[in-house]
Design a binder for this molecule. Structure first.
Ligand code: UDP
Length: 235
């Protein structure tokens, strides 16, 4: 296998599946199965999950909620998803720890870097909930930062699209997919991979990103084995 320690970024929005809000149990099940396959290969897995299926800070402003307050609400939304994922993974027979960027002691551990690494070494899947714990950030930034902190070898960004395209494939049918692309090219062509904070963190720390379709069976396993799936972004 190519990677020993990965950081998997799952979007909250993808967790909705066919629903218009909340968590689709089928998607949760599917993610559990895919993650189990990789776990059984002996890979150390850290996970960051988004909260877009429940709440986004930017949308709060429109409803008269203060932006910062909205961001904290968004962070709590990611924690709800993280708890659902934790439960599903444990039902699937895996050991997990949930670490939060905001202290919520009766529910999960606070994020402590050394402790997170220790959990990974012991074979526990570590889920990072509540983002970084600061407003004006995203779960993509959380994924990049935590990946660097726990020394993951790659950020695997699971989405509904199967990689990075020359243009938005849902709007432009002539768009083509990149198999590999450099950080510089992504920046120059203004392609949408992650928000700039998240992207720059990866670039400056030489941490590769792979954007791939998480909803396709077997993709995660093949990626970890080193197969070319999705789009690889490197220096
Ligand atoms: N958020 C935040 N700080 C963080 C992580 C998340 O303020 O470190 C908030 C932000 O408001 C964001 C929301 O949580 O809109 C949900 O996360 P995100 O939009 O990244 O979720 P995704 O799009 O991946 O579902």
């Amino acid at each position: 296998m190519k990677y020993k320690r990965i950081l998997l970024k799952l979007s909250g929005e993808a967790l909705m599946g066919e629903k218009s809000y909340g968590i689709d149990p089928n998607i949760l099940q599917q993610y559990t199965q895919e993650i189990k396959k990789v776990k059984d290969m002996g890979v150390e897995i850290a996970i960051v999950i988004g909260g877009g299926n429940i709440f986004r800070g930017v949308q709060a402003e429109k409803s008269g909620i203060d932006r910062v307050q909205g961001d904290y609400m968004g962070m709590l939304a990611t924690l709800i998803n993280a708890m659902a994922l934790q439960s599903a993974l444990e039902q699937g027979g895996m050991y997990t720890r949930l670490m939060s960027g905001i202290k919520i002691e009766s529910v999960c551990e606070p994020f402590i870097r050394r402790r997170a690494i220790r959990h990974l070494e012991k074979g526990r899947i570590v889920i990072f909930g509540a983002g970084i714990g600061n407003p004006y950030f995203t779960t993509d930034s959380t994924a990049s930062l935590r990946a660097i902190e726990v020394e993951a070898e790659v950020v695997l960004k699971g989405t509904r699209v199967d990689g990075v395209y020359t243009a938005d494939p849902e709007k432009d049918p002539s768009a083509t997919k990149y198999d590999t692309i450099t950080f510089h090219e992504v920046y120059e062509k203004n392609l949408n991979v992650m928000d700039m904070t998240a992207f720059t963190l990866c670039q400056e720390n030489n941490l590769p990103i792979i954007v791939f379709d998480m909803n396709k069976d077997g993709n995660l396993v093949e990626l970890v084995k080193g197969q070319k799936i999705g789009t690889l972004i490197t220096s």
